[in-house]
Design a protein around this ligand. Structure first.
Ligand SMILES: Cc1ncc(COP(=O)(O)O)c(C=O)c1O
Length: 472
């Protein structure tokens, strides 16, 4: 496969779309919010279109379309298992909505006990890999270094301190804020040596690096991983929890109903085997097929090619941003070490609210980024070095409906299809914003903290409408 940006761009739909700007111009949209969601691969669109004419019920239907749909759904499951190098003898793939649902399921299904009652997670997690544990186990957070890396000395100390009480280590494979990669296989080895299992939140890692569960005989193997299709160029509402089948053979499913049972009487229920036991109700067959099509495409491209393309963009962005007055990058800033992290760059512009800078990027430059705390409040407060007192004041204001002073960052995150020209456009836009060179007058909404330009709003109906109306 030719390793060129043009070639990669040709694999996606929607990249040429022009969007309206505040000055009346139209500009080809630049999406630098890939850590949130990614545009679809053409291969995903094609597989979904090819499949839809056959779409029918799965599992219990007897007609040809049902048989084909069941075959495709199970093929998708096999492709997911293969993508993360799972062992089908040991692991199962449970489809669900996304990583959040996957982790919540594991939290509800993991067999904690009175003397194995701790989940060791970290202070850099997305809320989806933190909050689900808090309600089912004693949740202990590994500390962070000043630069925001997981503090492995603290990990070792907590592992030694709580020792066999730790049932599960649950860490992210890569941060959605700083792009830092976690040494998951090294942590796995240590977790296993203490008698714990390990779950890796693969929402950020899987789209950008090879994610391998490893042989269950290898001490560094992973017991559970989660992925989200909408971050993997397949936005059709699916995610997957891949993990040890034996865990889901015990106890009752967390959600019950159609598809989860072998036999039901008015008094008794016999559950069927995983994964069906864990997928109550009719599944999102189209979503599973879309996800699998994306994984086939990523495998064809090669995750090493994905990683090196994104590392080049990250190095370019870090080098250029270092020269922009007023830009402060959080986390690692070293372009030479760009390959050691994902292309996720959190930053601030001196003297300008993250909410405002993100709004100007969108309204005046056609560049989509994200601002705020990225569902990782504790991590952002750590990176910004916000004192507990200051955090308390902000929390009080937020609870009173005022987010105007909410701390936060701007985040640019790259995907496989982004180009060096887009990185340049982003840096140049930041340069202009930071010297006050923008035209709009913006008003902040107190409840959300977001800024909107006074006297201008986009006419979405000209671009897309569900009711066929093109003018409003
Ligand atoms: C590291 C990480 N974990 C979990 C999630 C939650 O993913 P989803 O919204 O697909 O459930 C995200 C989403 O941004 C994430 O970045």
């Amino acid at each position: 496969m030719p390793n060129t940006t043009d070639h990669y761009r040709d694999l996606f739909i929607g990249l040429e779309i022009k969007v309206p700007l505040l000055d009346g111009a139209q500009r080809t949209y630049i999406n630098l919010d890939n850590a949130a969601s990614t545009p679809p691969f053409k291969a995903v669109q094609k597989s979904v279109n090819d499949f839809l004419i056959y779409y029918s019920s799965v599992h219990r239907g007897t007609g040809f379309k049902s048989l084909l749909s069941t075959h495709a759904y199970e093929q998708a499951r096999a492709i997911v298992l293969d993508f993360v190098s799972a062992d089908p003898e040991v692991h199962t793939c449970i489809f669900g909505k996304n990583t959040t649902e996957a982790i919540n399921k594991l939290a509800r299904r993991f067999p904690f006990s009175a003397n194995k009652d701790i989940v060791l997670t970290s202070g850099m997690e997305h809320h989806s890999n933190d909050l689900p544990w808090r309600s089912v186990a004693k949740t202990v957070h590994v500390g962070l270094t000043r630069e925001g890396y997981l503090d492995e000395a603290d990990f070792d100390a907590k592992l030694a301190h709580y020792s066999e009480r730790i049932a599960l280590v649950s860490v992210t494979g890569a941060s959605n804020v700083t792009g830092y990669l976690t040494s998951i296989h090294r942590l796995a080895e240590k977790a296993h040596a203490t008698g714990a299992m390990i779950m890796v939140d693969g929402a950020q890692l899987a789209p950008h690096r090879k994610l391998e569960m490893g042989s269950p005989d290898d001490p560094g193997h992973l017991d559970f991983v989660s992925i989200s299709a909408h971050k993997l160029y397949a936005p059709f509402g699916t995610g997957a929890l891949i993990g040890r089948r034996e865990i889901f053979e015990q106890g009752d499913p967390d959600m019950v109903g159609g598809g989860t049972v072998e036999i039901v009487t008015l008094d008794e229920v016999t559950w069927t085997d995983p994964p069906e036991r864990e997928e109550a109700g009719s599944p999102n067959t189209v979503g599973a097929i879309a996800l699998a099509a994306a994984l086939v495409e990523l495998k064809r491209i090669g995750m090493d090619n994905v990683a090196s393309h994104e590392a080049r963009l990250t190095a370019q962005a870090l080098s250029r941003l270092a020269g922009v007055k007023g830009v402060k990058i959080y986390g690692s800033k070293d372009p030479i070490r760009a390959a050691e992290r994902l292309g996720v760059i959190p930053l601030q512009l001196e003297g300008i609210s993250h909410f405002l800078a993100a709004a100007i990027l969108g309204y005046e430059f056609g560049i989509g980024v994200r601002s705020g705390c990225f569902c990782a409040h504790p991590y952002i407060l750590h990176l910004l070095n916000v004192s507990p007192e200051a955090a308390g004041i902000v929390r009080r204001d937020m609870l009173a409906g005022d987010k105007t002073h909410m701390p936060g960052l701007i985040r640019a995150s790259f995907g496989l299809y982004n180009t060096p020209e887009e990185v340049d456009a982003f840096v140049e836009a930041l340069e202009r914003i930071s010297r006050g060179d923008y035209r709009g007058v913006y008003q902040q909404d107190k409840a959300s903290g977001e800024y909107r330009p006074v006297g201008w709003e986009p006419h979405f109906g000209e671009y897309f409408s569900l009711i066929g109306e093109q003018t409003c």
